[in-house]
Design a protein around this ligand. Structure first.
Ligand code: IPE
Ligand code: IPE
Ligand code: MG
Length: 233
């Protein structure tokens, strides 16, 4: 099977999962974090080298304080689990936070930085990106700022190199759970030629089998990148 080099996952549907059970939205996020743990490990087992999980968007700050605070708390807890769970295979990956960390409370920001620094030298070729306070438009504005004083024309390569995902391949496959068919400000530049896979299943209900189905879909696509297919030559 032809595996994507880079998978992006929009983890959507936690709130609806909780609502269906009469639980607070935060309960959906807790279940979602367990799915995150399971699926990151599964992608590692499959040999997917780069994966990006969309955890919190620049627009998600607009949610009620209670929900935002429960999400920030979960991010901190994930880092604790990361350090204490000796079974976790993703321990051998480098972890990168995609997004502006300066907006987080100081303690969380420091923990994110520590996680990035401690894993940067990991020898494995696996890369786990967590998009947190991430928005493509923000990322592109930041890239243009970085390139502001460059001499000569700005190339597409310059822009790719100025994104949070610099040094990483473009995203080949984006999976969105929860039924919505939109990108919601996720990897807009990097997804120029990505295959898009949508499932109605809510993120906390996602299993390894759903990932297999998405990968089968990906494998069946002929990626032409604007050229014509081989048989039409
Ligand atoms: C995704 O689930 C998690 C975040 C955006 C943080 P939602 O919280 O958006 O869940 P729904 O879409 O309301 O069900
Ligand atoms: C996208 O989900 C962001 C994350 C999964 C982190 P949203 O629930 O925020 O997106 P919209 O509001 O449906 O577009
Ligand atoms: Mg949502």
């Amino acid at each position: 099977m032809n595996l994507p080099r880079h998978i992006g996952i929009i983890m959507d549907g936690n709130g609806r999962w909780a609502k269906k059970r009469g639980l607070p939205r935060s309960a959906g996020h807790i279940m979602g974090s367990k799915t995150f743990r399971k699926i990151t490990e599964y992608l590692y087992d499959l040999g997917i080298k780069v994966s990006t999980f969309y955890a919190f968007s620049t627009e998600n700050w607009e949610r009620p304080d209670e929900e935002v605070n429960s999400l920030l708390k979960l991010f901190g807890e994930y880092i604790t689990i990361y350090y204490n769970d000796s079974e976790m295979k993703h321990k051998y990956s480098s972890v990168r936070i995609l997004g502006d960390k300066s907006k987080f409370p100081e303690e969380l920001r420091d923990r994110f930085l520590e996680l990035e620094n401690n894993t940067a030298a990991n020898a494995s070729e696996y890369q786990l990106n967590i998009a947190c306070n991430y928005g493509s438009r923000d990322e592109l504005c930041r890239a243009f700022e970085l390139l502001r004083d460059k001499d000569g024309p700005i190339t597409s390569e310059d822009i790719s190199n100025a994104l949070y995902t610099h040094d990483q391949p473009d995203v080949d496959l984006i999976i969105r759970t929860g039924g919505e068919k939109r990108l919601s400000n996720f990897l807009l530049w990097q997804a120029a030629y990505a295959e898009l896979y949508f499932t109605d299943k809510l993120w906390p209900d996602i299993t390894e089998k759903d990932i297999d189905e998405a990968l089968e879909f990906y494998s069946s696509r002929e990626r032409r990148f604007g050229k014509i297919d081989k048989d039409n030559k």
